[in-house]
Write a protein of this length. Structure first.
Lengths: 489, 493, 128
């Protein structure tokens, strides 16, 4: 599938520019709905091709970099693709057109307003996610990280009512405060210590940072990267559920949150270095904080009856998996964490898509109203079940592999308790994700209607695509297993 | 002609002042003002390019009397950076401020208004260009006296401008007089008023009570002028009750010039190794932090937008003070960077506020409710200015933060760095209150309907574009700032 | 206590005395005209500082006599102070102009009465 004329740096440029092109065409063709949306999806499909090409190139051992301009003395905006970045770009690039198709269906089906504004900021957010994925130094990443925050704000407050404005305040407040107060400080700290912010395999801090300070610096990053939703900085994620479901699906199950954990993983591998963390034990505290978030978020999820809220807390829990893997810092744990970015994205987006479909078809958002709905929306609920199984980590769904690797990675690091933490979490997942499926199919419905009433096709197709992807990822997981330079096996 | 550029950039506005009074015609007054500021800007920009290219300072002897007998102007990397900034902003505000002035100042006073306007600009440029300590005082007073009058012109709109101007007069004069006392003590010690000469002679004879007292008086006088906490109380009333064009000009330039003068005296005359400089540094550091918090917290509670941004200025000046207090080349460079960036950001914000004020009168959270849809470009300028204040990447404000915090971490001042970022985060609160009021609320039915005209946003957007430019292409500014810092610190680093 | 150094430098004592009287008046007095007067006294003390520093022991007026052995007092501080006096006069003029306008607007030149008048107005303005 590699287009022969495209060189790696053109692929990078394309991945960055295509979403911006989509944003421009959206604004220019705003009045003609179908043209506007078709162009959006078409651009998304091209982006997916670019992302796949880039990933294959990097997996085969190739290199790709693009340097833009000098920002300030000693700082360039440049892009250097390494396996993790290529994977994240792949996730964002492939899921974007799928989510756009879904959004078209949702926005029309739910009679939302201001579609042009919506799709514009949607595209800009993907551009920002690409920038994060492909960044070659911490400064470039930080810039795109902030762009992502600000470009998703109008999406969170899309409805314009008092509730969404208030949630927007929480969203912006937590994400900007954490990034300016902690992430910026950590970043400048690294600059001060290492003199440079380039990502280097094996990290830049070994021999430069006194190990007593390493946990503090790591904490600045762990809590500064608010998008990773580590407790107690997680509140923005349930607050953001007030946005239309396509936003929750693509951005808050995929782009924004994955940008967060991606950044954590990237910083762990390329700034701190896994060897440095293992030898100094600077990340052991993070293992426990991540475990706590993992379990606590699951407990909260069990108590939520609003489906999107339950999914939001499930996401917080699953993000903690990735942070956990990063904190364990063994080779398998890190690989498992990277794989989980992919698996969780496919699974979670399916679940959110289903939640939106249920809302559009039946205007239900609370689980108590969804008894028996599975019989009326069999495709939707079946796909929901597939996505749920992936999150639970049950074969033959993709999530099984990443969870398995995280457990092995924990054993590798000598943290056997973590294996139990992961198992308990799986049990809780089973309960709170299984419950909607069981009740949907087997419980008697309150309104006694039994006619088939699925969501529109524009929504069903993406749901089926992502559910299928979750299954296929189980069988083709080895294609996505990354080896990192500088991480000793 | 170009050989006389150093003096011409000051003389032209200075002569424009009486010319305007003689011409007595409102439109001509404005045209002369625009022309004078344009020429000043061209000359100062030319000087900057020349100094940047050669790296050598340009020395201009007034009346061909050599230093230290005569007064000389020395244009080196430090003031070559500041002068085009002042002149440029003066030009833009003069150009676009006409509408604001017409809306707020009585028509009969326009010629005198513009005359005072030219005097204040000439005074500011003179303070920056000169290399004679007493000459600084003269230009300082020229600039300040006309500023007091300009602030008082706001009385047409809000009578509180009068007590504000009076307070400003009292405190400003005290500050200037302290400065003169300090200069007098220095003269007693060294027998010279030339800055270069003072710097050369002070190290040998400076370690005396007289020298220490001179440092204390000069520092204190200038602390008052830069509105360093707790000497900042004059600034908020003066900026908020002055006419909008005056607020825009002064918020962007006046305090920056005083920051420059403080840097020149502290580092260019006394130098890092002077006894007592450590204490001055500590004062600057902690009072700067206090100012950053005091200003930001006060701004959060304000509903009047001009007052809000005046309080915000106090916080930003606090950051500049912190940069100075670090007593390092990196810290001083950070101060210079923030000096330029803040002038651009605040200029844009106050011009946008002035544009809105032309229609809504008093600019408060309630009077701008929903204005985002009626005046999109003007409010967008306000938004970008606000984002720059928070320090969002791709704006100049981010660059300032980057270098300031780096300078702090380089000196292991972790607590100060943390306090700086926290106060910076707090700025998000008041910026977002404004964004929400302007964009997310509905415009009340009985509110003034604004029809947006270019006069409202052109000036603000020029400065916004400059802010974004320096946020994306920071290299030239950062290099210039580091050169300025090194020039100022000389050999003692 | 040995007072002779203090008496020998009586000019500085005078300067500081005037300075403090002026400064105190500015700060402690609420009447605006008194503040201006205090400011003037404060500034005058600085003039005294400069002028007195210019006097050289045995120096005569700084006008060239043609005699190479004449000791002159330093003329530079005189020049500086002329400038400063002009500045002081201008400051006083602006200050009094402001006081007149304040009187016209608020009917008083007592600082505390002005502040209470402003607060009363503010209450009305903010409520509107």
């Amino acid at each position: 599938m590699t287009l022969p004329a495209l060189t790696p740096d053109l692929l990078i440029a394309g991945l960055l520019l295509l979403p911006l092109i989509a944003a421009s065409t959206t604004v220019l063709t705003g009045k003609w709905d179908n043209l506007r949306d078709t162009l959006s999806i078409a651009t998304g499909v091209i982006t997916a091709f670019f992302a796949i090409s880039l990933f294959r190139h990097i997996s085969a051992g190739g290199e790709a970099s693009l340097s833009l301009f000098t920002f300030a003395p000693g700082f360039t905006i440049d892009f250097v693709v390494e396996p993790l970045g290529a994977l994240f770009a792949l996730v964002a690039g492939c899921l974007w057109p799928v989510a756009t198709l879904y959004s078209v269906g949702y926005m029309r089906g739910a009679h939302e307003k201001n579609h042009t504004r919506f799709f514009f900021y949607y595209a800009v957010a993907i551009h920002a996610a690409m920038g994060i994925a492909l960044s070659g130094n911490l400064l470039t990443l930080f810039i795109f990280y902030e762009i992502l925050t600000f470009s998703t704000y109008p999406l969170v407050t899309h409805k314009g009512n008092a509730e969404s404005v208030a949630s927007g305040r929480v969203y912006l407040g937590i994400l900007v405060s954490s990034s300016v107060a902690f992430l910026l400080l950590g970043m400048i700290g690294v600059w001060s210590i290492a003199g440079d912010l380039t990502f280097v395999p094996g990290g830049v801090l070994a021999d430069r940072l006194d190990p007593t300070y390493a946990p503090i610096l790591l904490a600045l990053f762990a809590f500064g990267i608010g998008k990773a939703a580590l407790m107690p900085l997680h509140r923005w994620l349930p607050a953001a559920m007030v946005a239309p479901t396509p936003v929750s699906a693509l951005l808050h199950a995929v782009a924004v949150v994955k940008a967060g954990v991606f950044t954590v993983l990237k910083v762990v591998i390329y700034i701190f270095g896994t060897d440095y963390l293992l030898s100094t034990g600077a990340s052991v505290w993070l293992v426990w904080v991540a475990s706590f978030t993992l379990l606590a978020a699951s407990v909260v999820a069990i108590q939520k009856t609003n489906l999107k809220a339950r999914l939001a807390y499930s996401t917080i829990s699953q993000l903690a998996y990735v942070v956990l893997g990063a904190a364990l810092a063994t080779s398998i744990a890190v690989q498992g964490a990277a794989l989980h970015i992919l698996m969780h994205a496919a699974g979670k987006i399916t679940l959110f898509f289903c939640a939106g479909a249920i809302y559009v078809a039946h205007h239900h958002s609370d689980l108590r109203d969804m008894d028996g709905l599975g019989r009326r929306m069999p495709v939707t609920f079946f796909c929901f079940a597939l996505g749920a199984l992936s999150i639970m980590g049950i074969p033959p769904l993709g999530g099984a592999w990443s969870k398995f690797m995280l457990m092995i990675g924990a054993l590798d690091a000598g943290q056997t308790v973590i294996v139990f933490v992961l198992m308990i979490s799986s049990l809780m997942n089973l309960y709170y994700l299984g419950q909607p499926v069981i009740r949907g199919f087997f419980a008697p419905s309150s309104d006694k209607e039994e006619t088939l009433a699925e969501a529109p096709l524009t929504m069903l197709i993406p749901i089926m695509l992502t559910a299928l992807a979750s299954v296929l990822l189980f069988f083709y997981a080895d294609l996505f297993l990354l080896t990192f330079e500088g991480v000793a096996p | 002609m170009l050989a006389h550029a150093p003096i011409l950039q000051i003389i032209i506005p200075l002569l424009a002042a009486p010319l305007i009074v003689l011409l007595r015609q409102r439109d001509l007054a404005w045209i002369v003002a625009v022309a004078a500021t344009a020429l000043s800007f061209l000359f100062s920009a030319r000087l900057f390019l020349q100094v940047a290219a050669t790296g050598e300072p340009i020395i201009y002897e007034i009346g061909a009397w050599p230093a230290p007998i005569g007064i000389i102007y020395v244009i080196d990397s430090a003031n070559a950076l500041v002068m085009p900034l002042i002149a440029g902003i003066a030009f833009i505000v003069t150009l676009v401020g006409r509408g604001m002035i017409e809306a707020e100042v009585d028509a009969r006073d326009h010629t005198l208004f513009f005359s005072a306007w030219m005097l204040t600009i000439a005074g500011m440029l003179g303070q920056v260009a000169t290399n004679d300590a007493f000459n600084i005082f003269v230009f300082l007073e020229i600039s300040s006296l006309s500023a007091y009058a300009l602030v008082a012109m706001g009385a047409g709109r809000d009578a509180r401008a009068l007590p504000a101007a009076f307070n400003y007069l009292i405190l400003g004069t005290i500050g200037a007089t302290f400065y003169v006392i300090g200069i007098g003590l220095l003269y007693m010690l060294t027998g010279t008023l030339n800055i270069g000469d003072l710097a050369a002679r002070l190290p040998e004879i400076g370690d005396t009570h007289t020298g220490f007292a001179a440092l204390a008086f000069i520092a204190l006088g200038l602390f008052l002028k830069i509105a360093l906490f707790p000497l900042h109380f004059w600034l908020t009333p003066a900026y908020s009750f002055a006419p909008s064009a005056v607020s825009a000009l002064m918020a962007a330039t006046a305090t920056k010039v005083s920051v420059y003068v403080l840097i020149r005296l502290l580092f260019g005359v006394f130098g890092l190794n002077f006894s007592g400089m450590d204490e001055v540094g500590t004062l600057l550091l902690w009072l700067g932090v206090a100012g950053a918090f005091a200003g930001t917290l006060a701004a959060i509670w304000e509903t009047d937008l001009k007052r809000l941004f005046a309080q915000s200025s106090i916080a930003q000046l606090g950051y500049m003070a912190i940069g100075m207090g670090l007593m390092s080349s990196a810290g001083l460079a950070a101060t210079f960077i923030h000096l330029v960036n803040h002038a651009l950001m605040k200029g844009a914000i106050f011009l946008a506020l002035g544009g809105l004020a032309m229609h809504v009168g008093r600019v408060t959270m309630s009077s701008i409710a929903g204005v985002g849809r009626q005046a999109p470009l003007t409010v967008a300028a306000l938004l970008f200015g606000g984002l720059a204040l928070i320090g969002v990447p791709l704006t100049a404000g981010f660059i300032s933060k980057l270098y300031l915090i780096r300078a702090q971490l380089d000196q292991q001042l972790y607590v100060i760095a943390l306090l700086t970022v926290i106060s910076s985060v707090l700025a998000l609160v008041y910026v977002w209150k404004i964004i929400e009021a302007a964009y997310m609320q509905d415009r009340p039915k009985d509110a003034v309907v604004i029809r947006e005209t270019p006069a409202m946003w052109v000036g603000a957007w020029i400065l916004v574009i400059a802010t974004i430019y320096f946020g994306v292409q920071a290299e030239s500014l950062v290099d210039a700032a580091f050169r300025a810092a090194e020039t100022m610190l000389g050999d003692a680093q | 206590m040995n007072l002779s150094p203090l008496l020998a430098q009586w000019n500085y004592v005078l300067v500081i005395g005037l300075m403090m009287i002026g400064f105190y008046t500015v700060i402690a007095r609420g009447n605006l005209i008194k503040k201006m007067v205090g400011l003037n006294i404060f500034q005058t003390s600085v003039f005294m500082l400069y002028i007195s520093m210019g006097k050289i022991k045995g120096g005569t007026a700084p006008i060239l006599t043609g005699d190479a052995t004449t000791v002159y007092s330093n003329p530079l501080p005189h020049v500086l102070i002329l400038t400063a006096i002009v500045v002081g006069v201008a400051t006083t003029a602006v200050g009094y102009a402001l006081i007149i306008r304040i009187r016209e607007t608020y009917g008083t030149i007592e600082e505390d009465e002005i502040i209470s008048a402003i607060n009363a107005q503010d209450g009305h303005q903010d409520a509107s």
